[in-house]
Write a protein that binds this ligand. Structure first.
Ligand code: P1T
Length: 506
């Protein structure tokens, strides 16, 4: 039959034969003789590869050898699989977690949640994950696929406030029968998993000769656990913690509420000192921001082929600063905590990076691309005060308008109200229209400020990833950004074709 078809296509009988694999030149890697198969996926956590970095250190003029500990290759996609599994095993052993009965609830920036949901899926626990709005939809979708239930909390809520993910998780645990918070911020199994696992693997890979380890700090279980073991076996090793601006972990003594600010990189930095942080074993701190971290994560992917996340970029940028002091022959290990999968619609996306000014808007060489956005282009947008009810907001939403702005007392935009989001809230979160309007508004939306001279090109790039762009203008007296209007694809197209007609360009 195959030969018949092949002849019909004008091919000879010879070319339709399968290859003689046995006689071909072979490249056979030594087999890992340790493990033929795993009894379940949780047994595949850890033993991640240590990979020598080649291009980035060279292009940055680094003399020492640099190695990446590829934690993003764990089964759940992050370093946090290790602690999740360890905390579950420990709680089961102590009888705190009862298979088939207990409900796992955990506040997390997502990866510990994925690790716990993975363990819960394999072991049959109900699992509720409480995470701030900032964390990616990709993490949420992974959690849902693993069967976890999700509760989102406001990103800006300070950790001690009742709205924070930590407070909400602990409150829920008092309300849900048989609920257990394993509590990664206070659980010794968090640093212990790295003391026993991550650090042992790094030391084994480099025959106990490590001059520097560089790790991002969140709960700081990774850095604290690794540092304790490394310092026992290789006291000369310098431990570097990488902390984003906006977090207090590096300089708690300079705690100032105005220093606490939000940033895009997920998983590192806090506004409090977790018990799982031992600052005495951290020799140096490097502060980072999004503008250096995210492009560095892109470089790790593009130049080294390491499919990692944003905090890996922070750690790598920090490592490049710290490793300048190391000489040829010395060894620096940087830990890459999570996977590209968590950020497919975030820093991996060029329009996302451009909208946040982390990279210049791509130059499309189209006649209207660099034209500044004018006030007239923005379609007028209605608004309601934040104190309104969802029903009032719905009534105020004109049939053709995509959204309403929801204004705080000072006239700033607290969020936007869209029918789409209101429907989603009602349908998926068992909300009721008697809830506060705050619950129905979208706080994460794209805006351009006329004071920053945005171009039509930038607006077009944002419309690649969002249904609308809100145009704002900073009030020079109050310094508050006020809404001017909204631009959708049809507004932009209408504007361009009108300009084209006027210019006689076509
Ligand atoms: O928590 P710590 O061991 O300090 O790891 C920091 C860290 C770095 N990078 C990413 C992407 C992370 O997710 C984390 C920590 N994550 C959590 C605390 C969490 O709940 O997922």
């Amino acid at each position: 039959m195959t030969n018949h078809v092949a002849k019909e296509n004008g091919q000879t009988k010879e070319s339709s034969k399968f290859f003689n694999l046995k006689e071909m030149p072979h490249i056979v890697k030594a087999l890992d003789r340790n493990q033929k198969f795993h009894s379940d996926i949780l047994q595949a956590i850890g033993n991640t590869p240590l990979v020598k970095l080649t291009r980035i250190p060279k292009s940055e003029g680094i003399k020492c050898e640099m190695y990446a500990k590829c934690e993003f290759l764990n089964p759940g996609g992050s370093v946090k699989d290790r602690i999740a599994h360890r905390m579950v095993l420990d709680a089961e052993e102590r009888g705190v977690l009862k298979p088939g009965k207990s409900v796992i609830i955990e506040p997390t920036s997502g990866n510990t949640g994925i690790g716990l949901a993975l363990a819960a899926a394999v072991k049959g626990y109900r699992c509720i994950i409480v995470l701030p709005e900032k964390m990616s939809d990709e993490k949420v979708n992974t959690l849902l696929a693993l069967g976890a239930e999700i509760v989102r909390t406001p990103t800006e809520a300070p950790s001690e406030s009742p709205e924070s993910n930590i407070s909400v998780a602990h409150r829920m645990a008092t309300e849900i029968p048989d609920a257990v918070v394993l509590d990664q911020y206070n659980n010794p199994c968090n640093p212990l998993a790295h003391y026993d696992g991550t650090a042992e693997e790094i030391l084994w890979s480099l025959d106990d000769a490590v001059d520097m380890v560089v790790l991002g700090t969140g709960t700081s279980g990774t850095v604290s656990g690794v540092a304790h073991k490394v310092k026992e076996r290789c006291p000369r090793c310098v431990v570097v913690g990488v902390d984003p601006y906006g977090s207090i972990l590096a300089q708690p003594e300079e705690l100032n509420q105005s220093d606490v600010q939000t940033y895009e990189v997920e998983g590192i930095g806090y506004d409090f000192l977790p018990r799982t942080l031992d600052r005495t074993v951290i020799d140096k701190w490097v502060k980072t921001d999004d503008a250096v971290s995210l492009p560095m994560a892109q470089r790790l992917i593009k130049e080294e082929g390491l499919l990692c996340g944003g905090s890996s970029g922070s750690a790598m940028w920090g490592a490049l600063q710290a490793a300048r002091e190391l000489k040829e022959g010395q060894k620096c290990v940087v830990l890459l905590p999570d996977n590209i999968r968590n950020y497919m619609t975030k820093f991996i996306s060029d329009p996302w990076m451009e909208a946040r000014h982390f990279q210049p808007v791509v130059d499309k060489k189209i006649w209207w691309w660099d034209t500044p956005v004018s006030e007239e282009l923005a379609a007028p947008v209605g608004s309601v005060p934040l104190g309104s009810s969802p029903a009032q907001a719905l009534a105020a939403l004109a049939p053709a308008a995509p959204l309403l702005t929801v204004l705080a007392d000072d006239g700033s935009i607290a969020g936007v109200f869209t029918a789409d989001n209101a429907r989603r809230r009602l349908a998926n979160l068992s909300g009721s229209t008697s809830e506060d309007l705050e619950k129905f508004i979208v706080k994460k939306f794209y805006k351009v400020d006329l004071a920053e001279n945005p171009t039509l090109g930038l607006v077009s790039r944002i419309l690649d990833i969002a249904p609308f762009v809100v145009v704002v203008k900073k009030d020079t007296v109050s310094n508050v950004q006020k809404a001017v209007g909204v631009i959708t694809s049809s507004d932009l197209l209408g504007h361009i074709s009108k300009a084209q007609y006027k210019n006689g360009t076509n």
